[in-house]
Design a protein around this ligand. Sequence first.
Ligand SMILES: C[S@@+](CC[C@H](N)C(=O)[O-])C[C@H]1O[C@@H](n2cnc3c(N)ncnc32)[C@H](O)[C@@H]1O
Length: 321
Amino acid sequence: MKESAKNSYGVSYDKLLKLMTDKGVKNCQLRDAIGLSKSTMAKLGRNGQVALSVLLAICEYLGCDFGDIVEAVPASKPAPYYTAYEKRYKKVYAAGAALWGHPPDDETLLKALSKWVDDNGLRGKRIIEFACGEGSCGIILSKLGCIYHGVDIAPSAVKKAKTVLAGHPYAAVTQLDMVNERPAGEYDAALDVMGFHMLVTDCDRQKYLKNVHASLRDGAPALFFRESYRADAYEGVVGSFDEWKQISGCDYDTPEEREVMGSGIKVSIPLVPARARTKDGYINEMAAAGFIVDDFVEMDINMQCPYSASVYAHKTKSCSH
Ligand SMILES: C[S@@+](CC[C@H](N)C(=O)[O-])C[C@H]1O[C@@H](n2cnc3c(N)ncnc32)[C@H](O)[C@@H]1O
């Protein structure tokens, strides 16, 4: 085969992941047993090509054949960096946890949403939640009497959200990429809980805010809750995810072992990118997208996102860009 020939098929180690989960084998056990390097583990984590000798050693360790751990799959366009959450939801559910994100009884969230709904007269009004995850805010807002529409890019989270909201007739959930797709219709308010900070490039953030803006009626409130915040955050332009990896110095390809919140279940999960901002950074970014920031609340240090802030804003005018 010519060096330059491009394969229209790639490899997938999804079967290996499942086999390891079924057998209760952790990444570190596999790595230590076979003596795999950090970079080989990273390649396995991102469906990269590894030597046949590595696959043979894995087969020997797990007592299986090639077809049990690796598949040839049609190569597709690489997924954007912000789809990393799907992998995380899958791993967490495979480990037996019922929920990864905010639970619907999170005291701080409950209190803040109740106040926001009351302050803005949102009972009986249409609220869109971007990056809704597993639908916990949908439960809270439905109980408060709002008409709820949640959107998220991760299919596993959407499935979970649909299940938990099945008993609420005025709640709906759909899969949507909030960066590249715009929800149909006009809403009375928009909510985002730890979703905005998932977008690291300036371009993606602007596209997203433009979509939030376009989905709202004039003057409508928008709440960005528990977004990553640091007084000393990097405020230069981030052009690509690769650039962000260098700036943040974070090795996103190496899974880390973490406890699923309050469950006692430990699972090795992929890191997901997030970008912190300063207070001025958030305010300027919102203003450029046609929002006025009414309040900027620094949150107490918390488990979900240690250093975070909530940004209370409203739409001022129709977006000109
Ligand atoms: C930190 S989780 C927060 C989930 C939920 N709001 C909560 O608090 O439990 C971030 C969520 O953003 C979603 N997300 C990231 N990028 C997205 C995009 N472009 N469009 C829609 N959802 C996105 C992820 O799938 C994930 O569910």
